[in-house]
Write a protein that binds this ligand. Structure first.
Ligand code: ADP
Length: 787
């Protein structure tokens, strides 16, 4: 049973005092949502209508054009039996259909009245509603030849083709094509309603010369609420001549009950002036509309337009109606297969992304190339928070705005959910007022956390709907129209109403997208876990081989020192005991002694190096500012010439580290900074960059993320980039043995070892003439034990 959808009559409405008639009252913009569209009191003038009492089939109401169709005035027909219009045989047939067929709210063809005199042949359809039988009479066909059209064959083939479609879009495209092929109408659109009730032309079949409307979006107000409600109850809405005349029922109210006729299910129902004027504004002369439902709700419409008045014979309507019903039945599976296609597409891209990240050994691969996180989602931008910074693709808010948003997201319970950790919105500013700043670019947000501890996350952004979709009824193209009943809901007006309603809103995220984001999250987390397991294994191997190497270096250097001392001693004795040695041999023996001295210092370095690897660290609370001072003293003591400045612009943080070894790191780096200085006084700077701080991190290895980065910067001779790695190798010097104060080339190797023992990395940023900055991290010392 249908429930009245119009609210109780409001005394201010023009039709409050008696039955409504479109012809008499019309509606305006202000009351169109209360218009009693189910009881319009009028029918379209191309047909005639009789209302019969069910018990005796006596005529209760007749359309005022009865003379034209039946040769008698409504007054003459009132109270007479239906035989007087359809003959005895016709009346018997009507009785049979009424008693036997399921025609409650469902109009069925009953008979054809042959042409008589001036009257044309009429198809007679009947249905029952609220205790009366409604008989609708319309011309049989479009032309003589129409009877020859085999609709059954056409519909059967059409259904076959619709079923073969792959996915929702293709399916809707086929539905549009088939309905157009069957009806011959100028334009057939599949109009789809979005969650916010605005509509989109989702598929279209049209006359070639017409401009395409495919992809255009229309505001919710273009189809008023009462009209939507009716579409949930009927299968078809024909309007063969939108601008054509309307004729009233005589009398307007049923004489038995005093109630107006409920015309919801009448094909001839007179259209609201709002709608016919709306069509006229678009230049459309005829329309045929069929609803597509999904789980009882209006999913969309098959909306057909024709640019000249036409005729929709019963058989054509029945065929189109059948196609619309098939569309409704098939919609769910078409939608499911569409979702599956989208899901597979998203998952495919996600897998490529994760494979790429696994190959590169880093998640940054998700945003920097193709495919990126953006290819995996219909979004305007994507941002990945990883290694203490944002990696963005497409259009995203500024890093500072992202930081604030991330901080807010981290406080949300849905983001921390154990089962579906995600934050999803199509209107960020509603929950997060600061989001209004970037609403145009990012009204929609879909965010998933990757790691709680580090606050890593992926966020996709979807722009405001107004920015993304292609609006039909653009206000700049269509002027406001004042119709005979006041201002009309033209495209322009409805667009304005609509603009307000979708401000700061994006198109909603689908379940497929949210699920896929959650699956990507799992993949990334697995990748991270696998990587850290692998790294842990490698670390164990590495530690073992490092220990073996250190032991070897120790034994070798220790044991070599003994024979070396012997060689030196003998050489010395030769020089002492053989004064007659000629000059040449004397030079040779002196050379031998110099070489043993050098070899001894090399062995010392090697021994020291092996000790650094073998002795355990003594971790303690250390004030790095003191350590740097001590290191400077050590270096300054060695330095005898010239002046220099060493700046420490801000106090260094406290650490829990091995004081002696960290001092050695600083003393080595400071001594190099002094040794390899350019002419003039050396300017050296010692500083750090805290984990959350913004600042350049040139050449920083991935592992440095999340840790304090210390640096020693000089303005000296610099190092060519091709040597940046080599200088950390044992005994690697870029200069002659005695140049730049001499050295064995072990200092940086030892620094590297000391840093590694603290779990850190050391690297250089330098170019010839541009000075050098040595950076390092000391993760093991970073327990926050000092203020
Ligand atoms: P050494 O200083 O004994 O040669 P190191 O291992 O400390 O050994 O340094 C290796 C090489 O790296 C040096 O020979 C030098 O060429 C280069 N180097 C190190 N520090 C600097 C610096 N601050 N500026 C320019 N070059 C440097």
């Amino acid at each position: 049973m249908s429930t009245p959808i119009a609210p109780p009559p409001d005394a201010s409405l023009p039709w409050a005092s008696g039955p409504y008639s479109i012809k008499r009252h019309g509606v305006s913009l202000t009351n169109c949502d209360s218009e009693p569209v189910q009881t319009p009191g009028c029918i379209q003038a191309h047909g005639a209508l009789l209302v019969l009492r069910l018990s005796d089939l006596a005529i209760l109401q007749v359309s005022e054009n009865s003379v034209e169709f039946f040769g008698e005035t409504p007054e003459a027909l009132a109270g007479r039996k239906v035989e007087s219009v359809v003959g005895a045989e016709g009346a018997a047939r009507l009785r049979e259909v009424i008693d036997r067929e399921p025609i409650e709210r469902n109009s069925l063809y009953a008979l054809t009245l042959p042409a008589r005199g001036a009257a044309i042949a009429l198809d007679v359809c009947v249905h029952t509603v609220e205790g009366v039988a409604v008989v609708e009479c319309e011309a049989t066909g479009r032309g003589e030849e129409d009877g020859a059209v085999d609709y059954f064959r056409g519909v059967k083939a059409a259904v076959g083709r619709m079923q073969a479609a792959n996915g929702l879009r293709e399916f809707c495209g086929r539905v549009a094509e088939e309905v157009r092929a069957l009806s011959g109408l100028d334009r057939v659109m599949i109009y789809r309603f979005h969650a916010d009730l605005h509509g989109e032309v989702f598929a279209e079949a049209k006359r070639e010369d017409l401009a395409p409307w495919l992809g255009l979006h229309y505001p919710e107000g273009d189809i008023p609420r009462p009209a939507r409600e009716i579409f949930k109850r009927i299968w078809i809405r024909p309007l063969p001549n939108a601008a054509g005349p309307l004729v009233e029922l005589v009398p307007l109210a049923n004489p038995d009950t005093g109630r107006p006729l409920n015309m919801t299910h009448c094909a001839l129902r007179g259209a609201s002036v709002m709608y016919s004027e709306y069509l006229a504004n678009m230049g459309v002369a005829a329309s045929l509309t069929l609803p597509i439902l999904r789980e009882g709700e209006l999913w969309g419409l098959i909306a057909c337009h024709h640019y000249t008045p036409t005729h929709f014979p019963y058989r054509l309507r029945a065929a189109c109606e059948f196609l619309a019903q098939v569309a409704t039945l098939q919609l769910k599976s078409a939608e499911q297969s569409e979702h599956l296609v989208y899901r597979l597409q998203l998952d495919g891209v996600h897998q490529q992304l994760v494979a790429k990240a696994a190959r590169d050994g880093d998640l940054m691969a998700l945003t920097d190339r193709h495919p990126s996180l953006l290819d995996a989602m219909e979004a305007g931008g994507a941002a990945l928070y990883h290694r203490d910074r944002w990696w963005c693709a497409g259009k995203t808010p500024e890093p500072a705005q992202l930081d604030a948003l991330a901080e807010w997201l981290n406080t949300r319970p849905d983001f921390a959910s154990a089962t579906r950790p995600a934050f999803v919105t199509d209107s960020l500013a509603r929950d997060y007022p600061a989001g209004a700043e970037f609403a145009a670019m990012a009204s929609g947000v879909l965010a998933v956390p990757l790691s709680r501890a580090r606050h890593d996350m992926i966020v996709w952004f979807r722009p405001e709907t107004l920015q993304t979709v292609n609006w039909g009824g653009n206000p700049h193209e269509k002027p406001l129209v004042t119709g005979p009943h006041g201002p009309r809901l033209t495209p322009r007006r409805s667009f304005e109403l609509f603009t307000e309603s979708v401000q700061r809103r994006s198109l909603p995220w689908s379940t497929v997208e949210i699920d896929s984001a959650l699956r990507l999250r799992m993949l990334v987390m697995e990748l991270v876990v696998t990587r850290s397991q692998r790294l842990a294994e490698l670390n164990v191997d590495l530690t073992r081989s490092n220990e073996e190497l250190d032991a070897f270096a120790y034994v070798a250097s220790h044991d070599l020192k003994e024979p070396l001392r012997g060689i030196h001693r003998y050489a010395h004795q030769i020089l002492e005991s053989a004064p007659a040695l000629d000059d040449e041999n004397r030079t040779r023996v002196e050379g031998l002694m110099r070489l043993t001295v050098r070899m001894d210092s090399l062995l010392d370095s090697l021994l020291h190096f092996s000790r650094v690897g073998r002795t355990t660290l003594e971790l303690d609370k250390v004030d790095l500012n003191e350590v740097v001072e001590e290191a400077l003293e050590m270096v300054g003591a060695r330095r005898s010439d010239g002046t220099f400045t060493v700046g420490v612009p801000r106090p260094l943080p406290g650490l829990n580290c091995d004081r002696v070894r960290v001092r050695e790191i600083f003393s080595n780096l400071l001594s190099n900074a002094l040794k390899y200085s350019a002419p003039g006084p050396a300017r050296i700077e010692v500083g750090y960059l805290a984990p959350g701080e913004t600042g350049p991190r040139p050449n920083a290895p991935a592992e440095s993320a999340g840790h304090t980065i210390f640096f020693v910067r000089d303005h000296g001779i610099g190092i060519e980039p091709r040597h940046h790695e080599q200088i950390f190798r044992m005994f690697k010097r870029l200069h002659g043995r005695d140049d730049y104060g001499g050295g064995v080339g072990a200092g940086l190797t030892i620094v590297q070892k000391l840093v590694q023992r603290h779990g850190g990395r050391v690297w250089v940023d330098s170019a010839p003439g541009a000075g050098s900055t040595f950076h390092f991290t000391l993760p093991r010392g970073e327990t926050p034990t000092l203020p």
